[in-house]
Write a protein that binds this ligand. Sequence first.
Ligand SMILES: Cc1ncc(COP(=O)(O)O)c(C=O)c1O
Length: 356
Amino acid sequence: MRKALQGLSPYKVKPEFDMIRLDNNEAFMSLLSSVDLGKLQETLINRYPAESSENLVKAYSKFSGFPANNILAGNGSDELISIIAQYFLNPDDVVVVLEPDFSMYEKNAVIMGAEVNRISLNDDFSLPLEKVLEEIKARKPKLLFLSNPNNPTGQLYSKEEIEELILALRQVEGVLVLDEAYIDFAGESPFAKTVLNYGNLIILRTASKAMGMAALRLGFLIANDQIIEGISCIKPPYNVNTISAQIGAQLLENPNVLDQFLLVQLNQIAELEEMLNEFIRKIVGAKLFPSHTNFFLIKMNDAKALADFLYESKIKIRFFNDETMKAVRISAGTKEEHAKLRAALNEWSEMYAKRI
Ligand SMILES: Cc1ncc(COP(=O)(O)O)c(C=O)c1O
């Protein structure tokens, strides 16, 4: 094993289908019933998936407005993050990530032997812009990865802040990887119309969140011609499988279904926010952060105890319990799932009230 890989641990995910899953920021419903599965009968599974991938990119282009030539499809955006790291990073290059943020940025940088410079977000999870700008100037990173809105905080950074980062990175020949996995919940990306004007900006999108297709593993990379040409040289040729590409393309070609689904999710997100607001009022020191995503983060000392209690009630949420952060992250679910969550939260807060 290479030396750089020695500290890595597996990304463990238990298949727990009997649980209410509010831990992974997935959509709470599958849209497969809107797909004409009969069409899949014609799939040539004996052929490598070249055409289907091209059709998927065309469908995403039409859906998103980005030119097809400036889109690469990936086996989830996870794969695209890995390909970006492989393309840009030499051993000992510097990569900047924020803390907290999506863990795969750091992991892929480490895999390439890069040096990772973590910069903590402010206490309210806003971006420490001056600090990041100073670090860019001083450390000349090859890449800065960030999710906007951020996972796990739900925070949305402004266009102006991100533009400053792009310009500062340009001065040191660095690239910003702007991961917009949750942008559909926040409205339109401020860079939707201008991404191609920047020589050092890559946008990542995924079909795993607001479009509810996490099982299909479909991600999209959007960048200018030069970056696309470069990355195309190392991207595996048949990285998106035909079945996923066909189902994904069918749903993308049916934007009404996706728009309606987004509305249903936004309703559930509002319901969850109300429930969590009511919950934190009963817990001393707990703080619920505003979110532009399909999940909410609550900072609280008893994060692990709450997650354990909910787990016993067959509800799985994500918790963070280290020196840097004690918090729970809860994704929106269905009405029925929310009713069970509400009952469990009430039970826990009654027990909590008796303890204090
Ligand atoms: C910010 C962010 N980026 C990317 C991903 C991975 O997306 P995909 O399913 O497309 O690999 C996630 C998944 O949780 C995420 O939170």
